[in-house]
Design a protein around this ligand. Structure first.
Ligand code: PHE
Length: 343
């Protein structure tokens, strides 16, 4: 068989195989077999120089023509196979646009977190910076340094979880006062809020939980008076709860403030006349306050003859209960989503 016939046969063969090709692999096999580096058409074209001179022109012309036709056919086969594949995808991957979407479950902020962030937002807006202290605290910072020596009856009010004789789960955020003053003394002014978790062993009823949150505030500077405390509490309460709320201050006792006070806010549920949330008093106790005791200023590294200050500490849980009218503080810690989802 002469070379020209052979080329015709190869063309026939290649075009037939391409017509039958089902996928890209089939096509690639055909290409390699005829047009690859060792492909039959390639070899013929490469061998032209060895042919008798009079055959070279015809073989060259036909060879290139066959090669071109094969290349075209390969392109064509490739797009046919691609299209077939696409059609199959379209057929098999049906999408029901009417079926309901899959919903991600997004968590939400816990009511205590929300209340705390609001409190901090107001205090930071009033120029206070946020300071925190450890939940496992030394006896000195939690009690003794705050004027509550080992045998002082005030320790009974805040019965504690002791780690050992010197370490306690803090019963209040007031140790943050001391820690911060010792850190920055004698710088003025001292103006901080200290949010955090506190622990009291004996607390466990509808308005007391053995774990709860407080937020402390401390201001120390020259010439600070009880009037500043009262004005700050009023300003704070109104910024947080609205201009219509009232603040009531009742005399009280804390070892680390003198004079001391309990702070009540007018009941936001009934607005004054009394309801079950405020036990018919029209007011809700939200925390304690007072002028920082001279001994505490001294312990913090300040001279009580030169400076004075006030502090207050509020129950964050109480604020959350007030905000959401939650009847039992323990709901906040059971983490029952049926409860939390309502808020
Ligand atoms: N630490 C006090 C308590 O937990 C509250 C308080 C804070 C009182 C600051 C006075 C000043 O009961």
């Amino acid at each position: 068989m002469n070379v020209l016939d052979e080329l015709q046969n190869l063309r026939e063969e290649a075009l037939n195989q391409l017509r039958d090709a089902d996928d890209a692999d089939d096509i690639e096999r055909v290409r390699v077999r005829f047009l690859g580096r060792e492909g039959s058409v390639t070899l013929i074209l490469r061998g032209i120089g060895d042919l008798p001179p009079e055959e070279r022109a015809d073989v060259g012309r036909l060879g290139n023509q066959v090669k071109g036709e094969m290349e075209d056919a390969i392109e064509e086969a490739r797009s046919r196979v691609e299209e077939k594949k696409r059609q199959r995808h379209m057929r098999e991957e049906t999408l029901d646009v009417t079926s309901p979407g899959r919903r991600d479950f997004y968590g939400r902020r816990h009511p205590i977190t929300v209340a705390l962030e609001e409190i901090l937002g107001v205090m930071v807006g009033m120029g206070y910076s946020v300071e925190t202290g450890p939940e496992v605290e030394t006896d000195w910072y939690n009690f003794t340094g705050l004027n509550i020596p080992p045998d002082h009856p005030a320790r009974d009010m805040q019965d504690s979880f002791y780690i050992n004789d010197f370490l306690v789960l803090r019963t209040q955020t007031s140790p943050v006062q001391l820690r911060y003053m010792k850190k920055v003394a004698p710088d003025l002014p001292v103006r901080i809020v200290g949010p955090g978790r506190v622990f009291r062993r004996g607390d466990d009823d509808a308005s007391h939980s053995p774990v709860f949150y407080q937020c402390e505030a401390l201001l120390v500077d020259e010439g600070i008076t009880f009037g500043h405390l009262r004005g700050t509490l009023m300003d704070f309460a109104r910024r947080l709860l609205g201009d219509e709320v009232d603040v009531r201050i009742r005399p009280s006792y804390f070892p680390f403030t003198e004079p001391s006070a309990e702070v009540d806010i007018s009941c936001t549920v009934c607005g004054g006349p009394g309801c079950s949330t405020c036990s018919n008093t029209g007011f809700l106790e939200i925390g304690g306050a007072g002028m920082v005791h001279p001994q505490v200023l001294t312990n913090g590294g300040y001279d009580p003859e030169q400076v004075s200050g006030f502090a207050f500490g509020m129950g964050v849980d109480r604020m959350a209960m007030l905000k959401y009218a939650i009847p039992d503080i323990r709901y906040l810690y059971q983490n029952d989503v049926r409860f939390l989802r309502q808020l």
